[in-house]
Design a binder for this molecule. Structure first.
Ligand SMILES: Cc1cc2nc3c(=O)[nH]c(=O)nc-3n(C[C@H](O)[C@H](O)[C@H](O)COP(=O)(O)O)c2cc1C
Length: 316
């Protein structure tokens, strides 16, 4: 199911979400498991340990995870050394964050440092302003902060693309916990600064009433099944606002071909997952891809993009 998004050719639309291969040490193995893309990171400029343990909790009854890893990272120097010693058979994104001890009003410096360091290694770059585990990080999604951040990043991005003679798409990863006003402001800026895609969504700070696990009271970001509908609803809102003009990478609670299809119909062009591999193992990758292929076959269309567009047309 090859698909071209942001000018990048992906062998299939299913990617590994950020946070699994944080240090760029395992991506060839994930590619071999069938993913069509791997998003590495989040990487911070300097190495940092992240939050004290325990910081990751399985909500088994809910097929969910709460994590407050807090960007444990080997730092850019080691990260880029790891990337250069390994080659990938599928496109690789790099997700950038800021160090814990960098003040919020200097966060742009960390993102610029990241952008400079990874530009030549990445097929796309993700600006992560949506992790709930770095104090204040999500405030970077507000109009004034995001305007300043994106304008500076785009200026540097333009210089880098000229210097390197290649355009590496720049994407923004957002939270599921945004009201309409907040989302509209983000969309305005995404359009104004020609951001190449929006990754929706990161983990949620909400705790749906349906949660049954005793771990549900832990602080951190919730992912997996209870995030699924929240994330899909945000993708649908985002798709309406973006008018189909900017691609969406849909992530949150995908564990089956039906889940993936829901995200695609809601407006996603590519999809990613994380938590379902923890509960179901790597077999989930093949199951999802096979299920999507079956749909294409049933619809008697030759391309993945055509299938999604046709399904969106009839489901609207
Ligand atoms: C343990 C863990 C660590 C994560 N670390 C990151 C991270 O470093 N950067 C990031 O952008 N997202 C991170 N995420 C969020 C995922 O990339 C994804 O957006 C989220 O988990 C929703 O997808 P899922 O329900 O398929 O897991 C992490 C998620 C988990 C469970």
């Amino acid at each position: 199911m090859p698909v071209t998004v942001m000018g990048i050719d992906f062998p299939n639309p299913l990617g590994l979400a950020a946070g699994f291969d944080k240090h760029a040490t395992a991506f060839p193995a994930f590619a071999a498991m069938g993913f069509g893309c791997i998003e590495l990171g989040t990487v911070t400029p300097k190495p940092q340990p992240g939050n004290p343990r325990p910081r990751l909790f399985r909500l088994t009854e809910d097929e969910a995870i709460i994590n407050r890893m807090g960007f444990n990272s080997v730092g850019l120097e080691q990260f880029t050394a790891n990337i250069t010693t390994t080659s990938s058979t599928v496109p690789v994104g790099v997700n950038l964050g800021k160090n814990f001890d960098t003040p919020l009003d200097e966060a742009v410096v960390d993102y610029l440092t990241g952008l400079n360091a990874v530009y030549r290694f990445a097929d796309y770059i993700a600006i992560n302003v949506s992790s709930p585990n770095t104090p204040g990080l999500r405030e970077l999604q507000s109009r004034q902060s995001l305007d300043s951040l994106l304008s500076q990043l785009k200026r540097r991005h333009k210089e880098l693309s000229e210097q390197h003679g290649t355009y590496v798409p720049l994407t923004l990863k957002i939270a599921p916990d945004l009201n309409d006003g907040e989302l509209e402001q983000i969309v305005d800026l995404v359009m104004r600064y020609h951001i190449d895609a929006v990754i929706a969504t990161n983990t949620t700070l909400q705790r749906p009433q349906s949660l049954r696990s005793p771990m549900a009271a832990e602080s951190g970001g919730l992912s997996g099944q209870p995030l699924k509908s929240l994330s899909t609803a945000l993708i649908a809102r985002l798709f309406r606002h973006l008018n189909g003009e900017v691609p969406i990478i849909g992530v949150g609670g995908i564990a089956s071909a039906d889940d993936a299809w829901e995200k695609l119909i809601a407006g996603a062009d590519l999809i990613q997952l994380y938590t379902s591999i923890i509960f179901r193992g790597p077999a989930v990758i093949g199951e999802i891809l096979l299920g999507l292929e079956r749909r294409l076959h049933q619809m008697q269309v030759s391309s993945f993009t055509e299938a999604v567009q046709r399904a969106r047309g009839t489901s609207l």
